[in-house]
Design a protein around this ligand. Structure first.
Ligand code: SF4
Length: 259
């Protein structure tokens, strides 16, 4: 089982293969995982293996942790490329997420104005007005969609809610009017006796169709990198990821590949 859990609210800066030098924010408990998905590739492990009774950090605890870290960076003369909300699960599940984003923007402008703010989200909450508003304020709102087919999403991402629907997500993506980044994990293998492969021609064609419809300003594609809770997963070779990226770039959309 993978056990990469972040034990601080604000950590790093660390090197992120997709984002550069990144000051990480974990709005979830330090000793467990909380997510509305349960991806078979999640670096935090499966939800059931990391349940915790520890509460989420409060808004005040978050503010104190961010302020202290920014003071420290100022003393060191360090400026990260990005402040990234990810951590031990889904950051938008924090009830004060919008207030947290507002405070982060305020502090960023004061201490490290050239640093971008990114949120990695499974996009499950983008139908909620407060989450949508918060995500509209950050530089990079990076929304997950791993397949155009619900059967594949259920196999790879295992959304906890039975109401998850790709069609509904597509309609919600459109509300960003192109101001979002689409992130997709490509992978192959087996899970629960079923073949996992979201790189087949049927998968890629349907995924491209969604990109055409929702018009993200950028697409990030990546593959498994570290230990995953499902052991029977394989990386997609970088050359294949580049071929997929080429098809997106033909639409005039910048595409970042992390192999
Ligand atoms: S959405 Fe992210 S945090 Fe949640 S299970 Fe998937 S990879 Fe893990």
């Amino acid at each position: 089982m993978a056990t990469i859990l972040f034990d601080e609210i604000v950590f790093g800066p660390i090197h992120s293969r997709r984002l550069g030098s990144s000051l990480g924010i974990n709005l979830l408990p330090y000793n467990g995982k909380v997510c509305s998905f349960d991806c078979i590739y999640c670096e935090c492990g499966y939800n059931k293996d990391f349940r915790t009774k520890t509460p989420l950090p409060s808004l005040e605890e978050f503010k104190a942790a961010l302020h202290a870290k920014l003071e420290q960076l100022k003393k060191e003369g360090t400026t990260p490329d990005v402040i990234t909300f990810s951590g031990n699960g889904e950051p938008t599940m924090h009830p004060d997420f919008e207030e947290i984003i507002d405070y982060t923007i305020q502090m960023r402008d004061q201490y490290i104005p050239t640093t971008k703010i990114s949120v990695l989200t499974n996009a499950m909450n983008i139908g909620k007005e407060k989450t949508f508003n918060a995500l509209r304020k950050v530089d990079n709102n990076i929304l997950k969609l791993d397949s155009a087919f619900i059967e594949t999403v259920r196999l790879i991402d295992q959304p906890v809610s039975v109401n998850y629907s790709v069609e509904k997500q597509v309609e919600l993506f459109k509300k960003f009017e192109g101001n979002f980044i689409l992130q997709t994990m490509f992978l192959r293998g087996m899970h629960d006796g079923k073949t996992v492969d979201n790189t087949t021609e049927a998968e890629i064609s349907a995924w491209i169709k969604i990109i055409k419809e929702t018009k993200p300003r950028e697409v990030m594609i990546y593959t498994v990198d570290r230990e995953t809770p499902e052991k029977n997963l394989r990386k997609v070779p970088i050359e294949e990821l580049k071929q997929i990226a080429k098809r997106v770039e033909e639409l005039g959309i910048k595409t970042i590949v992390a192999g």
